[in-house]
Design a protein around this ligand. Structure first.
Ligand SMILES: [Zn+2]
Length: 595
């Protein structure tokens, strides 16, 4: 994985033309202010401005180091008491190292020969001249009065930084024979120093974390164990850090409209999705291909999904050759304390990626009755909603934020969508549990998830659930679910809306222990039926006929004593299908009568 992220870091992602200053020795750094001095080193003024980027000496692991001519106020002016003394010394030592550069002469005068008019005066005026706290915390650079370019950006200065860097690298290389485990070369030395920090991985308090750390026990990823002792050259270390940071932050601002038409700004990541409070997935392809399929997973549009399925089904050999040469990558990252856990790593050809996403939509497709349109339609659940359908809820109906399984479920679903893998059965336990405890029962998203789990589990061998209600030969558990739905509608017809109907009271019982549960349910039903026959004889006869038709498909006198987990899934599904069919059935009858 580190190799692919490092390769990404090595590519020219932003389309910038190559220039001399793209070098390991240099890095883009933020800058918030300039100290303007004269050629003789006298302080002239501070110029604070909105933070921007500048090219400067690259420093990995800043602690105990100072950057040439661009650093914080502690380093530059010894501002901030005792603690800044050592920092300031480091800054001056760095200047001394480069003192033979004539570009530095005014700065050296500012610190030494012209001290009273230089550094001391600047320190005195700092607080008054820079009232804004934000600027005070930023990086400061030097500029000569009347000149446009900052001293640290002078070509001679940059060239010298590069040559210093290369000299150090050469020496390090001479002392080591080690080959880099990522690029397999020994062009750059392998150093036992911390790699750069990865920013913006969610979870916990820390903001910046290391992915690879030589700290003992610090590397806790099941996928990448063994990398603990791996050796990564300085170039690969820099590029994987850059690549990963780019994936985590790249995006653009978009304008969203809420239901009232009010506009709101939001940030849209280009290569990242967040799941839960502590997990993010990043994804990309080697050739930087556009991945509209990922957006489909997030917000499926039935027409686009249909086009995707169609194009995969009819794809020509030429398409596949084109797509096979590009690779799709994704990794799932979670932050905890100071480290990053890699929860999942996916690598597949772009061709297989598209086929998997198409298969995903086929597997989660499910019929749903749309009350507004007054007809049934195919529902494609958002991946996030599928994960949510397993999440615990609080007593007030809101989602329980402490239920950490959300990210875990989402990680499996993401893998299932992109690699066409099957899902663990504990997820079925979870979604059935939610369907039993939640007031909305077997929702369309839960049904879609159950279908996905069951069908991928049976791999086409046994009973496969389709989008619409099943006809003909079907498992006993599925028919029991249908019967249960029918019994529920008879109760509803007889007694109206009840706070605690048979679903609330018997659903779990019937799904797990059908023999004893249905004994009781049929007894209860004969009472409901008698009441209904007196009040609405026509409806009573129709419903009873439908119930009998379902009962013909099973031996109602010998229901199994228990249903196993997968059968419980089939039960829930039979129930869901039957309900949807009843919705559309009764509604279409109603519409006919209206006409
Ligand atoms: Zn390398």
């Amino acid at each position: 994985m580190i190799k692919e992220v490092s390769d990404l870091g090595k590519t020219n992602r932003d389309g910038k033309t190559d220039n001399e200053w793209i070098h390991d020795a240099l890095k883009e750094e933020p800058i918030s202010m300039e100290i303007v001095i004269t050629k003789d080193g006298s302080y002239k003024e501070f110029k604070p401005f909105e933070k921007k980027m500048t090219i400067a000496e690259a420093i990995t692991a800043k602690k105990g180091k100072a950057r040439l001519l661009l650093d914080k106020v502690e380093e530059v002016l010894c501002y901030g008491g005792e603690g800044s003394k050592r920092k300031h010394e480091l800054f001056l030592e760095k200047l001394t190292k480069y003192q033979d550069l004539c570009e530095l002469t005014p700065v050296l005068a500012f610190y030494h020969e012209n001290k009273v008019n230089g550094v001391e005066k600047a320190l005195k005026e700092f607080e008054a001249a820079v009232p804004d706290e934000k600027n005070r915390k930023g990086n400061i650079a030097f500029r000569i009065f009347g000149e446009g370019i900052r001293i640290h950006e002078e070509p001679e200065v940059l060239r010298r930084i590069i040559s210093e860097y290369e000299a150090v690298q050469k020496e390090l290389l001479a002392n080591t024979e080690k080959k880099c485990s990522i690029c397999g070369k020994s062009d750059y030395p392998v150093e036992d120093i911390p790699h750069g920090m990865i920013k913006k991985v969610p979870g916990g308090q820390a903001r910046d974390r290391a992915l690879v750390s030589y700290n003992e026990n610090a590397f806790e990823s099941y996928e990448l164990e063994g990398n603990n002792n791996s050796s990564i050259c300085t170039n690969c270390a820099r590029t994987y850090v850059e690549g990963l940071n780019w994936l985590l932050k790249e995006g653009n601002e978009i304008i969203l409209q809420n239901k009232k038409g009010k506009e709101k700004k939001a940030f849209r990541y280009a290569h990242r999705k967040n799941f839960g409070s502590d997990t993010a997935m990043v994804y990309w392809t080697r050739k930087n291909a556009k991945l509209s399929e990922i957006d489909q997973l997030e917000a499926p549009n039935p027409d686009d999904v249909a086009r995707l399925i169609e194009s995969v089904a009819t794809g020509t050999a030429r398409d596949s050759r084109h797509l096979e040469t590009d690779q799709f990558y994704s990794c799932t990252l979670s932050g905890s304390a100071a480290r990053i856990a890699v929860r999942d790593w996916i690598e597949t050809s772009l061709y297989d990626f598209r086929r998997s996403v198409a298969q995903w939509f086929k597997d989660i497709a499910i019929v749903e009755y749309d009350a507004d349109l007054k007809r049934s339609k195919t529902h494609y659940a958002r991946l996030y909603d599928l994960a949510r359908s397993c999440q615990r809820k609080n007593s007030d109906g809101s989602y329980d934020k402490d239920d950490t399984s959300l990210a875990r479920v989402a990680t499996y679903l993401w893998n299932a969508a992109l690699k066409n893998t099957s899902l663990p059965l504990w997820m079925l336990t979870k979604v059935l549990q939610r369907a039993r405890l939640d007031q909305y029962g077997v929702t369309v998203d839960r049904a879609a998830l159950i279908k996905l789990i069951l069908n991928r589990h049976s791999k086409g061998g046994e009973f496969m659930i389709t989008e619409k209600i099943e006809q003909g030969l079907r498992p006993v558990a599925y028919v029991c679910g249908q019967i249960f739905a029918k019994l529920e509608s008879i109760q509803y017809a007889a007694l109206g809306d009840r706070n605690s109907g048979i679903r609330e009271r018997y659903f779990t019982y019937a799904m797990t222990s059908p023999a004893s549960a249905f004994g009781r349910l049929f007894n209860l039903n004969s009472k409901h039926f008698t009441k209904l026959k007196n009040e609405k004889p026509g409806l009573a006869i129709t419903l009873d006929k439908e119930l009998r038709a379902l009962c013909k498909d099973v031996d109602i006198n010998s229901f199994p004593a228990t249903f196993l987990l997968e059968e419980q899934g089939q039960f829930a599904f039979g129930y869901y299908h039957q309900k949807q069919a009843q919705f559309s059935g009764t509604k279409s009858k109603e519409t006919k009568e209206e006409v």
